[in-house]
Design a binder for this molecule. Structure first.
Ligand SMILES: NC(=O)C1=CN([C@@H]2O[C@H](COP(=O)(O)OP(=O)(O)OC[C@H]3O[C@@H](n4cnc5c(N)ncnc54)[C@H](OP(=O)(O)O)[C@@H]3O)[C@@H](O)[C@H]2O)C=CC1
Ligand SMILES: Nc1nc(=O)c2c([nH]1)NC[C@@H]1CN(c3ccc(C(=O)N[C@@H](CCC(=O)O)C(=O)O)cc3)C=[N+]21
Length: 297
């Protein structure tokens, strides 16, 4: 079998089109322009690329983008003061603080200082709690993008066996919550999991969010399963230079899976599209307007 490739790049373009349409409508009808503030502390090159591409796409869908670049040695209190200012700014509907933060800054403290209504990453404890109890919340962008692709591919996910590899607060845990919400039987695997190959082999849906290049071989995949590869890993090419690969070994997994997301061009573009969708959702909620359909969990 050769797997169908789930085209995250094309799917993301479609989502951005829907967002742009809705943004144009609320601008015309209500004179409201959604605004997204992105805060970057330090000069990590990968983060800079990512923040730049978010800013560009934000403007392309008709929203205002506010970028705040702070020095790596910015104090925690200065960062908290900026967030307070953004919380109070009515032109800002979404706030994203790029992670990871430098070691001298308490990440939890910073995330939990964001107004939960503007927390478009869905990382604030109150959004985490709302998601965990099945209430309306802001849903983390990467897991939301994965869920959209899975729903689009399968229709209903009810009763399917899903394995999420990785238990981070930003990907693994919220991904598991969303799959549970769609009535999958969910297993969360991590670095202490006994016999990972055996656990993965039971899954109809495998979501790999580990951060280890090409860790999951096709031999672990149940024939016909759907593989969602969240990993973004840069590896050296034999001929020199580098390339991006995921957490699964694409060639061997694609040979046994029925569907698979590529890296690049899979989960990554969907993450940014969902960030824009969340910013639109936050704007609509802030102004009591109808929320976009199909762009939330
Ligand atoms: N495409 C996108 O939009 C995004 C991609 N990413 C990418 O996704 C990947 C994961 O990110 P993130 O969740 O932040 O990473 P973290 O490092 O926070 O978490 C990694 C998880 O993988 C688990 N793990 C590590 N080694 C193994 C192993 N050998 N077997 C099983 N589980 C293991 C860890 O287990 P334990 O808890 O026991 O340590 C941990 O739970 C990275 O490649 C990252 O770049 C992240 C965010 C967005
Ligand atoms: N507060 C916060 N929220 C995040 O959502 C967040 C974060 N911090 N820190 C870093 C991770 C990582 N992340 C990615 C998003 C898109 C791509 C993406 O679009 N990737 C392209 C390739 C890009 C390239 O070529 O480098 C692709 O997969 O096709 C990658 C990685 C979001 N993260």
């Amino acid at each position: 079998m050769s797997a169908e490739i789930i085209d995250g790049k094309a799917f993301a373009a479609k989502v951005r089109g829907q967002v742009a349409e809705h943004v144009a409508r609320i601008k015309a009808d209500h004179g409201i322009t959604p605004g997204l503030a992105v805060v970057l502390v330090g000069e990590d090159p990968a983060s800079q690329v990512y923040v730049r591409s978010k800013g560009k796409q934000t403007v392309e869908v008709g929203m205002n983008s506010y970028e705040h670049k702070l020095d790596a040695d910015t104090s925690e209190s200065d960062l908290l003061a900026l967030i307070e200012k953004l919380n109070d700014d009515p032109a800002v509907h979404g706030i994203l603080v790029q992670l990871p933060l430098p070691d001298h800054i308490d990440e939890d403290l910073v995330i939990n200082s964001i107004d939960p209504a503007k927390d478009v990453d869905g990382f604030h404890i109150s959004n985490v709690g709302l998601l965990g109890t099945g209430q309306k919340s802001m849903v983390p962008c990467t897991p939301l993008g994965c869920l959209m692709m899975l729903r689009d591919h399968h229709g209903s996910l009810s009763g399917m066996d899903a394995v999420v590899i990785g238990r981070s607060n930003i990907v693994g845990k919220p991904m598991a919550q969303l799959l549970l919400g769609d009535s999958c039987t969910v297993t969360i695997a991590h670095s202490r999991t006994k016999d990972l190959p055996d656990v993965v082999r039971r899954a109809d849906i495998v979501v790999a969010a580990v951060g280890r290049a090409q860790m999951v071989p096709g031999a672990w995949i149940k024939p016909g399963a759907t593989v969602i590869d969240v990993g973004i890993n840069r590896i050296d090419k034999p001929e020199g230079g580098t390339r991006l690969v995921g957490d699964v070994d694409y060639e061997s997994c694609a040979a046994v899976a029925s569907a698979i997301t590529p890296v690049p061009g899979g989960v990554g573009p969907m993450t940014i599209a969902c960030l824009l969708a969340n910013t639109l959702t936050a704007t609509c909620r802030a102004h009591g307007l109808d929320e976009p359909q199909g762009l939330t969990a």
